[in-house]
Design a protein. Structure first.
Length: 354
């Protein structure tokens, strides 16, 4: 019989995984796996070490139950190995970007586990930076470094942008760094306030940052923001929320690449690197896309066919589940108020007095 190990964070999501663990184990057993569970501990790399251990002894499936951090740790445990088990995820964090990209239910832990019953998988790309692996984003630059100082409840992309839009005292500190970026299609040398490498189209709950991202094509979505002007950055963010229109703006570079070498060209300038929301070291750094490296259970017939390379699935016609839509509109209105420009195309400029 095949063997599965549930690696779960007992404190994620108000302990919902822990409370529903018996049902989760039963569902996986019904799928033909002899199933056991491991609760992560406060010890450093607890999930990563357990994932590597069970992979090395021949488990067929690892189910990561928790937030995006737990998923990242499990991936880091098995990614270096030649023989890697399949993975499934049960989202129990705050943003759950990875579950959003894989169309896994994020509001019902038991239904998320039942996705395994569909027996649909996607061979997902992941990124590697030095000896660390990431599943969703890598980023660097002064604009991203400010996120380390933002309160944890504002760590989502919208929360951070809202923090900027409301005129936080850190705004004057956003400044450009002279960088050199080498990628598949060329080299950029010049000022930048940030760069961003995306593996999925969902970051902080938004699906417009890399609107044409594929999960398995061996390519990152690369964004280099050249401007450090606060109002221009806010304007770009508003364009992003208004249908992904930022990708055509000349204040940034948007391209696809299988690799990136990022470094600063100023001897006294430091560029911290953010990997999946955590500090991952300083530039210079090389980023490599590991093509179709992890086989992940997914709700694949709900993923738009243009998000999977070579997919024969029909386009998903379900309604958008973007619960941030009203919040996005509010942000665009706030930027219109600050910049006195009609961004959403409704012929109106938000009242500066509001």
């Amino acid at each position: 019989m095949k063997k599965a190990r549930v690696i779960y964070n007992p404190t994620s999501g108000k302990e919902l995984v822990k409370k529903n663990l018996a049902d989760i184990l039963s569902i996986i057993e019904e799928c033909g796996y002899e199933t056991s569970a491991f609760a992560t501990t406060p010890d450093e790399n607890s999930a990563r070490n357990e994932a590597r251990r069970v992979a090395e002894v021949g488990f067929d499936l690892i189910v990561a139950a928790g937030g995006d951090g737990t998923i990242n740790e499990v991936v880091n445990g098995i990614a270096p190995l030649d023989n890697r088990p399949s993975m499934a995820i049960i989202p129990a964090g705050t943003t759950n970007d990875y579950a959003r990209a894989l169309k896994i239910p994020r509001d019902n832990i038991v239904k998320a586990a039942e996705v395994i019953k569909k027996n649909q998988t996607v061979k997902m790309d992941i990124g590697k930076a030095k000896e660390t692996y990431f599943i969703n984003i890598a980023a660097g630059g002064h604009l991203t470094e400010l996120t380390y100082e933002v309160p944890s409840e504002l760590k989502s992309i919208f929360g951070y942008l809202a923090y900027l839009a409301k005129g936080a005292e850190m705004l004057p500190r956003v400044k450009p760094i002279k960088v050199r970026m080498e990628y598949d299609e060329g080299v950029y040398e010049g000022n930048a306030s940030m760069f961003f490498l995306g593996l999925t189209n969902s970051v902080g709950g938004f699906e417009q940052i890399a609107p044409d991202a594929k999960l398995d094509d061996g390519k990152f979505s690369l964004i280099i923001v050249k401007t450090a002007n606060v109002f221009e950055i806010l304007h770009l963010a508003a364009l992003m929320l208004n249908g992904g229109k930022h990708v055509e703006d000349n204040r940034l570079i948007y391209t696809k690449t299988s690799r990136l070498h990022a470094e600063t060209l100023e001897a006294d300038s430091r560029m911290m690197i953010n990997l999946d929301g955590e500090y991952g070291g300083d530039a210079p750094m090389e980023f490599v896309n590991l093509h179709q490296h992890i086989e992940m259970f997914a709700n694949a017939d709900a993923i738009p066919s243009n998000a999977i390379m070579g997919s024969i699935l029909e386009d998903y016609d379900g309604e958008s589940e973007d619960e941030y839509s009203e919040t996005s509109k509010e942000f665009v209105r706030e930027v219109e108020r600050l910049t006195e420009e009609d961004i959403d195309g409704d012929g109106k400029i938000a009242d500066r007095e509001k």
